[in-house]
Design a protein around this ligand. Structure first.
Ligand code: NAD
Length: 432
């Protein structure tokens, strides 16, 4: 899925680095139409799903540290809530647009539906460069944004989460502002908070963990014993490092991992624990490596499995023909362009899509929300056990469609999502 955004996310995360001129909204609508071809669906339902239910546009006046006031624009797009409250990230980025928020909110609808979570899709953001702000400015901006959105969000209505340019700290401010306005502590209004105020253990690691679980199932499905499987992982951040560590722990040979500077490579398997993660020492993957290769070489390595887990649009029509991995599992959002997808399909290289593989993030966000509304914290073991169960259930549902319809993993994931959404819309009907 190609889109026009630039870096990372939380619940959903979205594609980055533009190489093909397709917006998030175009991508989301195209996926809807593609999936609809495989299903005998009521056209009225498809028509409804092409549009967001609501888009809130707000002006956010920010008093800078030097006393001058600047007004920024913020959005919250709410796509569909037929299966439950809206859910999706909030990003602070200069490239945020209304259309992008709408497209990404649709994407969240499909992601929640494929995971069978009782949520619909939303996405929001402020058109701003967060790097230009002091901590105090960020806090004032976030609190005012929460106040401006107060009427359209809430634990039973719309639950934001961190995304590009926002983090657990921003979620704490957001939750505090909302709680002060409501007159009661309301942790369930956002997810991705620190555990001390209702965040969930395991939330940070969840997207990488889900990628590893799906990679393991894909190996099993295609008859690759994990102990004999070689894996290359692009990106050694939250998603890539967690996935690489788990696959290494489960017996796979992780032969290459990379960051923005290049890749550490060892054809007999790297010692993953000795490589500093992004958190431990940013962008230091190649610093201690005996042998290094480029990111371009990494994606073309002759490995059993390739996990692009860095940024979007890295597998394009220019390199898809040269990728020698037998299986691709998307850790990042939108790493495979539309044209590359077609090439992989033609070459019979399975691509397990992002909306399934990295959905551990939004799934543990759902667990966080459950803990918050029930006022009961879960131990890490329970979070990981339930995540494993949810991932396997979603995997089975998608695998079933791959087998019975003989379609790609991506199309199958969208078919699963869309059929659930369509059934829910038909059951509820159109009122009045
Ligand atoms: P991160 O910032 O923690 O790590 C990104 C990693 O990719 C770093 O190692 C960085 O050096 C590397 N990188 C950056 N640009 C690169 C490039 N051009 N080539 C190669 N490597 C590059 O990010 P993350 O949270 O791990 O997110 C990675 C991807 O996963 C993004 O697409 C994001 O949207 C998606 N995602 C993240 C989450 C989440 O909760 N963290 C959830 C779902 C999806």
């Amino acid at each position: 899925m190609a889109s026009n955004t630039t870096n990372q996310a939380a619940d959903a995360g979205e594609p980055e680095q533009q190489t093909e001129p397709e917006s998030a909204l175009e991508t989301a609508r195209r996926q809807l139409e593609r999936a609809a071809i495989h299903l005998d669906l009521n056209a009225n339902v498809i028509e409804r799903l092409k549009h967001p239910m609501k888009v809130q546009r707000v002006s956010i006046p920010l008093e800078h540290d030097d006393g001058h006031v600047e007004v920024f624009t913020g959005y919250r797009a709410q796509h569909d809530s037929v299966r439950g409250p809206f859910k999706g990230g909030m990003r602070y980025h200069p490239a945020v647009t209304e259309d992008e928020c709408i497209g990404l909110s649709m994407w969240m609808t499909w992601k929640c539906a494929v995971m069978d979570l009782p949520f619909g899709g939303a996405k929001g953001g402020i058109v701003i460069n967060p790097k230009s702000l002091s901590d105090g400015e960020k806090e004032r901006l976030t609190r005012r944004f929460a106040q401006e959105l107060r009427d359209v969000i809430g634990p039973m209505h719309d639950i934001p989460a961190p995304d590009m340019g926002t983090d657990a700290r921003a979620m704490s401010w957001f939750m505090d502002a909302y709680s002060m306005l409501e007159g009661e502590t309301t942790p369930g209004v956002v997810t991705g908070k620190p555990p001390v105020i209702g965040g969930s253990y395991g939330r940070e690691d969840a997207p990488g963990r889900s990628v590893a679980i799906i990679a393991r199932e894909a190996c099993d499905y295609y008859g690759y014993p994990l102990e004999e499987t070689t894996v290359a992982v692009q990106g050694f951040g939250s998603v890539g490092a967690n996935a690489a560590h788990l696959l290494d722990e489960w017996g796979a040979a992780v032969v290459a991992v990379s960051d923005v500077n290049g890749a550490a490579y060892d054809p007999s398997g790297l010692e993953i624990d000795s490589i500093p993660t992004h958190e431990e020492e940013p962008e230091a993957v190649t610093k201690y490596a005996d042998e290094t290769i480029s990111n371009e070489e990494l994606v073309e390595l002759a490995v059993d499995m390739l996990i692009p887990a860095a940024v979007g649009n890295v597998l394009t029509e220019d390199n898809a023909g040269d990728v020698r991995a037998d299986i691709i599992v998307e850790g990042a959002n939108g790493p495979t362009t539309f044209a590359a997808d077609a090439i992989f399909e033609e070459r019979n290289v399975p691509v397990i899509p992002d909306i399934l593989a990295n959905a551990g993030g939004v799934t543990v966000s759902y667990f966080e929300w459950l803990q918050d509304i029930n006022r009961r914290a879960w131990q890490l073991e329970r979070v990981n056990e339930e995540l494993e169960r949810e991932m396997l259930t979603a995997w089975e549902a998608v695998r079933e469609e791959v087998n019975t319809r003989e379609i790609s993993w991506r199309d199958a994931a969208y078919v699963v999502a869309l059929s659930r959404l369509a059934k829910a819309h038909e059951a509820r009907g159109l009122w009045p």
